[in-house]
Write a protein that binds this ligand. Structure first.
Ligand SMILES: [Zn+2]
Length: 451
């Protein structure tokens, strides 16, 4: 006998995603099929698939993998001011296509997101975004390092949009400002710091300090710039009991400091980018290709391996993409003059899965970053009863990112290796749901009859 699930649950809008192999952060893909029942924006229930139950609205994904929505706590959407590179709308489209359902955007916009007035410029774009977009307003006014923003005013107007505060792109030299901010935020929101204390000497550095800077006779960005900045911030976090989040860590020395601080009970978290775990300075050894110009720079092979090891062991909490869209003009010409950054939202998942597998991708791109949002009363990063209905369906096969098909306004993705071979990706997102709504559909799954 067929029974409708709706018969005994009630009248709210429900959708069932049927015959899912759910990916879990502890076990990886499960070996049996389940149905995920969504009510409005949340997961109402998960039950073992049973063909005797029928649902009014359903999508049968026929045993494909269902993955918790990815969370990127470090992206650049360039709005306001540089929407020729990306906007909140195009960045969200790229995110949804790549499996991301929550993104935190950085404040190095024009003008920077440093005040109630400037944040209000993007309020409606954020509210109409198809995925969840959080902000990291700047720590300092004009993002120039000289005075603390009005944290109280920003939080009283926009608290529900804020994840943390960051001057990303620059290190805040004045430790007193960071300490005041840490005290004020009291561990609820992180101070997210771009830890490179370059001073005047290394300010214009473009590549890793060492064999590369020597070979090309250019100013390098040294390990000690990252190390000194991390040491200072860990000390401030300890003194203030605040939450310090170290952005895009890239060196062995800094990771060792963070590891020790965690053992000492300091409230520190950290992230690493896909480029710092999969690429190193040898990409630039024969040719200064602007594709690989990033801040902090690609480091040595040993640093890269150490980052990967620290990610696996848990010293590094999450992978964050640092999705940094730039126009073609910004990324061509002389290495020393071109812009830094790589776009990642549409292929980060595929690359992490190809190199490290689905379980680690789930832990480091969904589950662990999801834990950061519990402070804000949001349950994301896991497919479980009561969590937000954020997930994506993947086709478990190899694929490549095609430059003609990207959603981002900028195309500074890494499509090929140096030898011209396409970069292999694993697991193609084909249908994405954010808060119970379809936000991307490649057309490969029949949507069925649902609202
Ligand atoms: Zn940065």
């Amino acid at each position: 006998m067929c029974r409708a699930y709706e018969d005994f649950i009630g009248w709210k809008i429900m959708i069932a995603i049927r015959n899912c192999m759910i990916v879990d952060p502890i076990k990886g893909p499960k070996s049996y099929k389940q149905d995920v029942i969504i009510e409005e924006d949340k997961i109402l229930d998960i039950i073992n698939s049973d063909s005797s139950i029928s649902y009014e609205s359903e999508i049968d994904i026929e045993g494909r993998l269902l993955f918790p929505g990815l969370i990127d706590i470090h992206s650049h959407f360039r709005e306001p001011g540089q929407t020729y590179k990306e906007s909140i709308e195009t960045g969200s489209n790229a995110a949804a296509k790549g499996g991301f359902t929550t993104v935190v955007v950085m404040p190095n916009t024009l003008p920077p997101l440093d005040s109630v007035l400037n944040i209000a410029r993007i309020e409606s774009s954020i509210n109409s975004s198809k995925i969840r977009v959080y902000l990291a307003p700047s720590i300092t006014n004009k993002r120039d390092g000289s005075s603390l923003v009005d944290i109280n005013a920003i939080l009283s107007n926009f608290e529900s949009m804020i994840f943390g505060f960051s001057d990303d792109g620059d290190f805040v030299q004045n430790g007193e400002i960071i300490k005041q901010a840490l005290v004020k935020l009291d561990g609820k929101f992180p101070i997210m710091e771009h830890c490179e204390d370059l001073g005047i000497e290394y300010k214009n550095g473009t590549i890793n300090h060492g064999k590369l800077s020597k070979k090309y006779n250019q100013i390098g960005r040294p390990v000690k710039a990252e190390l000194n900045a991390v040491i200072r911030d860990l000390k401030l976090a300890k003194e203030s009991n605040g939450w310090i989040h170290i952005q895009h860590v890239s060196t062995k020395e800094a990771i060792d400091q963070i590891n020790n601080a965690k053992s000492d009970g300091i409230n520190v978290t950290t992230e690493v980018t896909p480029h710092h775990i999969f690429l190193n300075e040898n990409e630039l050894i024969d040719n200064l290709d602007p594709t690989f110009k990033v801040n902090p720079p690609l480091r040595t092979q040993e640093d890269m391996q150490y980052c990967l090891k620290a990610l696996k062991s848990g010293v590094i909490d999450v992978i964050a993409t640092d999705h940094a869209p730039h126009s073609r003009e910004d990324k061509i010409g002389k290495f020393i003059e071109c812009q830094s950054g790589i776009s990642w939202l549409e292929n980060a998942f595929g690359l992490v899965s190809e190199r490290l597998g689905y379980k680690i991708a789930c832990q480091k791109m969904s589950y662990n970053p999801g834990k950061f949002f519990q402070n804000l009363g949001l349950n994301i990063g896991l497919i479980e009863k009561g969590y937000q209905a954020d997930f994506f369906i993947i086709e478990d096969r190899n694929w490549n990112l095609e430059s003609q098909k990207i959603e981002s306004k900028s195309s500074n993705y890494i499509f090929k290796h140096g030898n011209g071979d396409l970069v292999n990706l694993r697991g193609k997102p084909i249908l994405t749901f954010s808060s119970g709504k379809e936000v991307y559909n490649s057309g490969e799954v029949k949507s069925g009859n649902y609202a």
